[in-house]
Design a protein around this ligand. Structure first.
Ligand code: 26A
Length: 346
C-alpha cells in the first residue's frame, strides 16, 4: 500500500537494471555504439548483455532514467515524498530494483507483466563517457490502466509534482498524456526530460503531444540539438534552442522553464516569453573525483525537482541539481552515496 501522507512527487518511466562495465572501447566498436549516447538495442545488439557478462566484470545497479531521478529527489526530501510508476517482470531483476528503491525511500508502484523479463541497460563506460544500450523488456508493456490501479491512483492524487522520463514516449504516449492532462486539470506541476537525442529525433510527434503540458523541461546539449534539428531550427546555439523550447506551444497559463545541461559547462535556463536565456555556472568536479557519468543528468533533474518541491526559487533548485549531479559522478552508476536528507538544502 503506497504511503501518501508526505507524497509530493510521482515519476513515471522505464524501470531498468543497469549492467555497467568500464573500459568498454571494444564493446562500442563491436556493437556500433557511440561513446555518449542512449539507444534501444537493435536485434543485432541484443547479444551485448551476454557478451559483457562473459567478457567483463559487470556491476549491477538500479537504473532507468526517471527512476534514478525519483531516487535522487527522494534523497534530498523528507521520508515518503516520492513514488515511481513503471512496468517490471516477475523476476529477480525486479526484486533488485524494488530493494534499491526501498533503500532510498522511493516507493515502487510497479505494474507487473509476468510474461516478460524486467528491462536491462548495458552501460558501457569509456573515460568520462557512458553509452547506454537498452532492452526495454517489461518496461514497454506498461498499460494505461495501471494509472487506475488503487496505489497508482492514490499516489497520483496525493502528489503535486509529476515527472515523465522522455524515454517513456517510445511506447507510452497515451499514459503520459493522461498524466499530463490530469496535471493541467488539477493545477499540478508536470515536468519532463528529453532523455536522449533519439527521442526528439524519432518520437517527435509524441514529444509534441506532451510538451504543451510541461511546466519544466530538462535535457542536455545533444538532446537540445536533436530537438532543434527535428523541428527544422537552423542553429546549434543552446541558449537560442532552450528559448525556442520554452516558447513552443503551451496548454498552460504559467510560463514554461527549460533547463539544458552541458556536461561540465554552464547550465542554460530559458523561461517562456523572456528575451534571452540565463546561464548557471556549473561547479567543476575535479577529474580525479570522477568515477563515471552514468545518471548524472538524472541526478541533476532529481535535485532540481527536490528544490522546487521544497519551495526554493529556481536558481537554488538548479544549484541543488548541480550538487546531486556532482555527487552522482563520484559514484559507480546512477547512485548517491551519503544519505544526508534535509541537510542538502539550508
Ligand atoms: C528507452 N530507453 C532507451 C531508456 C533508457 C533508460 N531509461 C529509460 N529508457 N536507456 C537508458 N536508460 C537509463 O538511463 C540512465 C542514465 O541516465 C539507464 O538505465 C541509466 O541508469
Amino acid at each position: 500500500m503506497v504511503q501518501t501522507q508526505n507524497l509530493k512527487l510521482v515519476a513515471m518511466g522505464n524501470p531498468l537494471l543497469d549492467m555497467q562495465i568500464r573500459d568498454g572501447e571494444d564493446v562500442l566498436r563491436k556493437y556500433g555504439l557511440k561513446a555518449n549516447d542512449a539507444v534501444l538495442a537493435s536485434p543485432e545488439q541484443l547479444s551485448i548483455y551476454q557478451h559483457i557478462v562473459e567478457n567483463y566484470q559487470v556491476t549491477y545497479v538500479a537504473g532507468g532514467a526517471a527512476q534514478n531521478t525519483a531516487r535522487c529527489a527522494q534523497y534530498a526530501l523528507p521520508e515518503g515524498s516520492t513514488a515511481y510508476l513503471g512496468c517490471v517482470g516477475s523476476d529477480d531483476l525486479a526484486n533488485q530494483l524494488r530493494a534499491a528503491n526501498d533503500r532510498e525511500g522511493l516507493q515502487s508502484v510497479y505494474q507487473v507483466n509476468s510474461e516478460t523479463a524486467t528491462g536491462s541497460c548495458a552501460v558501457v563506460i569509456t573515460g568520462h563517457d557512458r553509452s547506454l544500450c537498452t532492452n526495454l523488456g517489461a518496461a514497454e508493456k506498461f498499460t494505461k490502466d495501471h494509472l487506475e490501479s488503487a496505489d497508482a491512483k492514490a499516489a497520483i492524487k496525493a502528489a503535486q509534482f509529476y515527472y515523465l522520463g522522455g524515454f517513456f514516449l517510445t511506447h507510452g504516449v497515451e499514459s503520459a498524456l493522461s498524466l499530463a492532462q490530469h496535471a493541467k486539470e488539477a493545477g499540478k506541476f508536470f515536468s519532463m526530460n528529453l532523455s536522449a537525442p533519439f527521442i526528439p529525433q524519432f518520437f517527435k510527434s509524441q514529444v509534441e503531444q506532451v510538451l504543451p503540458y510541461a511546466e519544466l523541461v530538462i535535457g542536455n546539449e545533444s538532446e537540445a540539438e536533436a530537438w532543434a534539428k527535428a523541428v527544422g531550427l537552423d542553429t546549434t546555439d543552446l541558449k537560442e534552442i532552450a528559448q525556442k523550447i520554452a516558447d513552443s506551444p503551451s496548454e498552460l497559463s504559467k510560463p514554461r522553464t527549460v533547463l539544458i545541461t552541458h556536461g561540465a559547462e554552464s547550465t542554460i535556463r530559458a523561461v517562456q516569453g523572456e528575451k534571452e536565456a540565463f546561464v548557471h555556472p556549473t561547479p567543476k568536479v575535479p577529474a580525479e573525483q570522477i568515477v563515471d557519468t552514468n545518471g548524472a543528468g538524472d541526478a541533476f533533474a532529481g535535485g532540481v525537482l527536490a528544490g522546487l518541491i521544497l519551495g526554493k526559487p529556481i536558481e537554488q533548485a538548479v544549484d541543488l541539481g548541480h550538487r546531486l549531479g556532482g555527487m552522482c559522478i563520484g559514484q559507480v552508476g546512477p547512485v548517491l552515496k551519503f544519505r544526508v536528507a534535509n541537510t542538502l538544502v539550508s
